[in-house]
Ligand binder design. Sequence first.
Ligand SMILES: Nc1nc2c(ncn2[C@@H]2O[C@H](COP(=O)(O)OP(=O)(O)OP(=O)(O)O)[C@@H](O)[C@H]2O)c(=O)[nH]1
Ligand SMILES: [Mg+2]
Length: 538
Amino acid sequence: MENLVKRLNVLQNSLIQADITKLIQLPEIIVVGEQSSGKSSVLQSIIEREILPKGQGIVTRCPIRIRMQKSKEDREYAYFEHLGKKEFTLDEVSEIIKKRTEELTEIDYVTDTEITIDLFGPNMTNLTLVDLPGIVSIASEGQPEDIVQKIEKIVSQRIKSNHVLILAITPASNDSSNSKSVPMAKQADPEGLRTLGVFTKLDRIEKGCNPLEMMEKISTYFKLGYVGVVCRDQSDIISGKTFEDQFKKEAKFFSDNDEFKQNFEIFGIPALRNNLENEFRKQLEKTLPIISKEVDDQIKEVDDELVVIGNGIPQGYYLHAYSYTAFNDIFLQIETLMDGSGVTLLSDELVGGSLFRQLIIDFHRAIKLVKASLDIQEEKFLLYILNSGGIEGSCKIPNGLIKQLVSKNLEHLKKPIFEFLNKCVENIVKFIRGLKCGLFNQYKKINTLFIMKFEDILEKAKEKIEKKIRFLIELEGRYIDPDMNFSDFKLVSYIEEKDNKKKVLIDDDASKGYDDLTTQVIKYYSKARESLDENVPK
Ligand SMILES: Nc1nc2c(ncn2[C@@H]2O[C@H](COP(=O)(O)OP(=O)(O)OP(=O)(O)O)[C@@H](O)[C@H]2O)c(=O)[nH]1
Ligand SMILES: [Mg+2]
């Protein structure tokens, strides 16, 4: 047991020095219970040393870890983790805890920052005990509103690890069915496999209550058993009653009571201490190998990470060469993914160059599917020609009309063109984000910055391209080839009917003109579409 505790403390010191106590929780005994239920009194009675501050209200306002160690020297002394190698007498401990508590709780009324004390002495029991602030139901005057939740959080965080033995304190002076420690312990240890029940203040049980019955009622949960104790009350403390006196008084109290006497093994601080030593030893034997494996696993994880991280960035002249090689690696990767030589068997979808090739094929296909439509009624067409001829009249299809209709049709091409642009941009981003290289694995921030910068440039380039697309579409709509043939046609009739209803009569020539227009628009549109299509290489 001594050896185990020594190993445990060495391990704990290493964890504290490496600042990784939160990663690996070591075996310890933690007291849980409501405010003033007697948690500190129980711990102190186990330690048999007057070291914890006493008083009214919330006395314990931060976790206090006490590591007891049997030593060969014939004297007792203490070290505080926050005070380094300085040695203290046990009489000084209580005051130092008080002072440190005040320092730690200057801002927050209660805190999770702990005080760690090492106690050494020839008669010390090898245990690691942690005292916690007491659970409260409401905030009292002068206490912050969120104190209830804060304390609950501190307690639940501390006891959740499977390596912790929970000492669930319930004052027998109150109605035990209202125990606050049991529900808290149940959250962390639902089956009670690592929880020991402690009933305090058995000397304060109201007349007419049957303590044994009351204890048994809630004790089915405690698989490690339960113990009833009597610690010192305020008057005992004021009158300077020693622990020896306390244990004598406690033993007399239990032996004087017929019911308690019959169940002697579950009463008194000595019974609790025996029980705890046993359970703590079992816990150490059980958990130290698991912890050792946890440490090994974490070392392996860190080692693997170190391999990935590699050597640091060189300085001075070599930095240029390093950056050049690193970025060259990235561009080489882009190049090989684009030409297909860098593709591995691992991909289960189109990647790199082949993906962009597919996007291009889809684009050309989509563009060809957008057909021209005339979108003008024959009557309107004739009216337009009549009106555009003015007083002199016209026998030609005006260029303006063709331009208008071609432009209107070209507008429909914007959808597939912009869709293609968006898909390209999306896939370029995906492509860049998926790049793997030593520099990026090693320096996540450089990777993030590279991607951010790249996306920034890409966004600006996309805006420029969008502008250019709009410009090209507009340009195509404006241009009419003077060498293209128009067939002449005669506009014959536009008369009013006898019933005065306006109606356009179309004869053969007029229909021919309309057909001509259709042909011309389709011709111009197809040429314009082709020319736009050619902007994207096949
Ligand atoms: N009569 C009697 N008084 C007790 C017993 N145990 C503790 N007390 C008294 O109850 C009061 C509170 O005890 P503490 O040990 O400070 O209680 P705590 O749970 O640590 O309190 P907080 O840290 O404030 O949550 C003190 O005055 C103790 O002397 C007991 O078994 N019998
Ligand atoms: Mg306390």
